[in-house]
Design a protein around this ligand. Structure first.
Ligand SMILES: [Zn+2]
Ligand SMILES: [Zn+2]
Length: 372
């Protein structure tokens, strides 16, 4: 077993909206039964990381400060403790690469009866624990990370790059989970994807793979729309060039005045939900993934009733979705150029620059390499 240091470098948020600092944080020397320690080779930023930093995230983070941010990461096992295999039964050894889910309680109504892991109210999400208390390292932006005993662990296939696996551990697995909730995509379906960030791009790729006849991706900047095109979008609508009325008109023109069979909200923009409802055809489906902030908007619920619209919310993901996400990457790596999304690498010392690049839409998915 590799030597485990007493402390390691980690990015720490001490106050909301304050610059993130790099600090020495304790490394847990003891593991709970089922817990593991991994070396974080790659972490990546997610839109929620920005909302966590500026305090607008759905679940308030303030009570837990100081915290290590980053919930999208992969790691190489340094100490596997008592764990012998991953959630699909593949043997795990020190040196293997894994991704892992938030930790469920295994005892509540959602864990036991409805089998909806992502809705477990006792779920221990990464980041939501002070880095001053054991097990200290429960965030991705750190040289090492602790894996909770009840986190679903999934071995990363050899063909899947660590950078892709990191991006999959929040963005892609969220889309995989959402598509499970959406149900079948038919070859006569027109799918509108609102948003061309990581979630919107993965949703575009999955809609393409699922066989949608036509995919319209709405977003900006152009560099992201170009990737959407390479990943299966047939039509692109730039939100920089077209206002909401224009966008609505284009969807109606493209669908013969009917509206889209499926609309997927993947932008997280405040006005996107109201706009998306109007794009769904009568009897269509609206899959809402991106709305994880605490914004309030006004809508006319009759727009949902009048369309007999099926409105589907999707939150986070379950262990099975991590497995499916890894398989999606492995099986579609020739079809989609996943490297296009993960282009810029930052050392831990430049974490604030990475946040800035994410906030300004400069990088699609900044990578942080804690050991760079
Ligand atoms: Zn539970
Ligand atoms: Zn995320």
């Amino acid at each position: 077993m590799a030597t485990i240091p007493k402390t390691c470098k980690a990015a720490v948020i001490n106050r909301i909206k304050a610059p993130i600092t790099i600090e020495e944080v304790q490394v847990p020397q003891e593991l709970e039964p089922g817990g593991m320690l991994v070396r974080t080779d790659v972490a990546s930023l997610c839109g929620s990381d920005i909302h966590m930093w500026d305090g607008t995230i759905m679940l308030p983070i303030e009570p837990f400060l100081p915290i290590i941010p980053g919930h999208e990461m992969m790691g190489t096992i340094v100490d596997r403790g008592q764990v012998r295999c991953d959630a699909v039964g593949q043997p795990l050894a020190e040196g293997d690469r894994i991704v892992w889910s938030p930790a469920t309680c295994g005892e509540c109504f959602w864990c036991r009866i409805t089998k909806q892991e992502s809705l477990c109210p006792n779920r221990r999400n990464y980041n939501f624990a002070s880095c001053r208390n054991y097990p200290y390292l429960v965030g991705g932006l750190s040289e090492y990370c602790y894996v909770y005993p009840t986190s679903g662990k999934i071995k990363i296939p050899d063909e899947v790059k660590s950078e892709w696996a990191s991006a999959a551990s929040c963005a892609l697995r969220t889309v995989v989970h959402a598509f499970e909730k959406l149900g079948p995509v038919h070859d006569y379906d027109t799918v509108v994807v609102q948003g061309a960030g990581p979630v919107g791009l993965f949703a575009t790729a999955m809609a393409s793979k699922a066989g949608a006849s036509r995919i319209i991706t709405i977003g900006a900047p152009q560099v992201r729309l170009d990737i959407a095109k390479r990943w299966g979008a047939n039509h692109l609508i730039s939100v920089e060039k077209h206002n909401p009325i224009d966008r609505q008109d284009q969807i109606m023109t493209l669908t013969g005045g009917r509206g889209a069979d499926i609309v997927i909200e993947a932008s997280g923009a405040k006005t996107a939900f109201r706009e998306g409802i109007e794009m769904v055809r009568r009897g269509g489906r609206y899959l809402v993934i991106g709305q994880t902030n605490r914004d309030e908007i006004s809508i006319a619920p009759s727009a949902i009733v009048g369309r007999e619209m099926m409105l589907i919310g999707s939150l986070s993901a379950e262990t099975t979705d991590y497995y499916r996400a890894m398989e999606f990457l492995r099986n579609n790596r020739e079809r989609f150029d996943f490297d296009a999304m993960v282009s810029t690498r930052y050392p831990l010392s430049r974490v604030n620059d990475a946040y800035e690049a994410m906030r300004n839409f400069f990088d699609i998915k900044p990578l942080i390499l804690p050991h760079l």
